[in-house]
Write a protein that binds this ligand. Structure first.
Ligand code: C2E
Ligand code: MG
Ligand code: MG
Ligand code: MG
Length: 285
């Protein structure tokens, strides 16, 4: 059934939707419990330096194995957490867990952690991050925080001030999923990001038509002109790696190198990694 809502809009109301809402509410309850019971886990995906084939570091990605439903995708539970405020607890937990782990890795390896825009509206994000760095002993320069441009959408001066305070701690800030929003370019002049992560959709499209390559080339040129580094997300084939190396991209991340893996496997990757096997081929395969 469709009934007229306020201001002449229409709201769908049917059984399916109310079940959908109940479902979400149930997941919220479960998520709250999951945090208490430690059912959340971080997986780690390596980022690889294109020129040398070496691991530059890892990105921490949250995983939730629901006791009944199995794996719930992070896009689902993060958005629930954002709506109900649990994101502050999850955000602090994932940052602390990731920094603690990274502190056990060789010094040259960085750790990247995703921040939700909602965390910027919460109480004292900068103090939380500073506290985590102190507690875990991770040097700030080894931490990179990733934010999507979605968070900058209604970025007032307040958001920019927080970003500046975060950078003043000595950590780095990356713009994630670059190119998927409406004002990607505009944000580049409002804040000195250390890195731009080119969204997977452009990388996936590299094989089909010249447009995607042209866009990636332009992004890399802009990044270079602004003194920012570049990472391409979602690299799945040697051909994509090859083109990205021709375009001068700094780092690559994707299933070609490794899926996100549990901490023990990340440790194994670090010890077993052979950079010479990971360098871009000189010719497309
Ligand atoms: P993201 O930060 O852009 O992370 C990259 C996503 O692409 C990850 O999905 C990763 O598993 C996936 N990916 C990496 N390489 C490839 C590839 O070669 N092919 C394909 N098809 N996918 C690839 P994931 O882990 O499902 O996370 C989705 C999003 O959820 C993340 O996007 C991030 O925005 C959010 N997220 C995950 N963990 C956290 C967290 O701890 N905190 C916050 N705030 N957000 C998180
Ligand atoms: Mg990310
Ligand atoms: Mg991303
Ligand atoms: Mg992405």
């Amino acid at each position: 059934a469709v009934k007229a809502g306020k201001r002449g809009t229409f709201q769908f109301y049917d059984r399916q939707m109310s079940e959908g809402l109940d479902d979400r509410r149930q997941l919220e309850t479960d998520l709250r419990r999951a945090i208490e019971r430690g059912e959340l886990e971080l997986y780690y995906q390596p980022s690889v330096v294109l020129k040398t084939g070496e691991i530059a570091g890892f990105e921490a990605l949250a995983r939730w194995r629901h006791p009944v439903r199995g794996n719930v995708p992070p896009t689902t539970f993060i958005s629930i957490a954002e709506e109900c405020g649990l994101i502050h607890a999850i955000g602090e937990w994932s940052l602390a867990e990731a920094c603690r782990k990274a502190a056990t890795w060789p010094d040259r390896l960085k750790i990247a952690v995703n921040l939700s825009p909602v965390q910027f509206a919460g109480p004292d994000l900068v103090g939380m991050v500073r506290g985590v760095l102190e507690r875990t002993g991770l040097p700030a320069h080894r931490l990179e925080l990733e934010i999507t441009e979605q968070m900058l959408l209604d970025s007032g001066e307040a958001t920019l001030a927080i970003l500046r305070d975060l950078k003043a701690l000595g950590l780095r800030v990356a713009m994630d999923d670059f190119g998927t929003g409406y004002s990607s370019l505009n944000y580049l002049r409002s804040f000195p990001f250390d890195r731009i992560k080119v969204d997977r959709s452009f990388v996936t499209g590299l094989g089909s038509g010249a447009q995607n390559a042209a866009i990636i080339r332009a992004v890399i040129d802009i990044a270079r002109a602004l003194g920012m580094r570049t990472t391409a997300e979602g690299v799945e084939t040697a051909d994509q790696q090859h083109v990205l190396s021709l375009l001068g991209c700094d780092e690559v991340q994707g299933y070609l190198f490794s899926r996100p893996v549990p901490a023990e496997e990340a440790q194994a990757l670090i010890s077993r990694w052979r950079p010479e096997d990971r360098r871009a081929t000189t010719r497309a395969a």
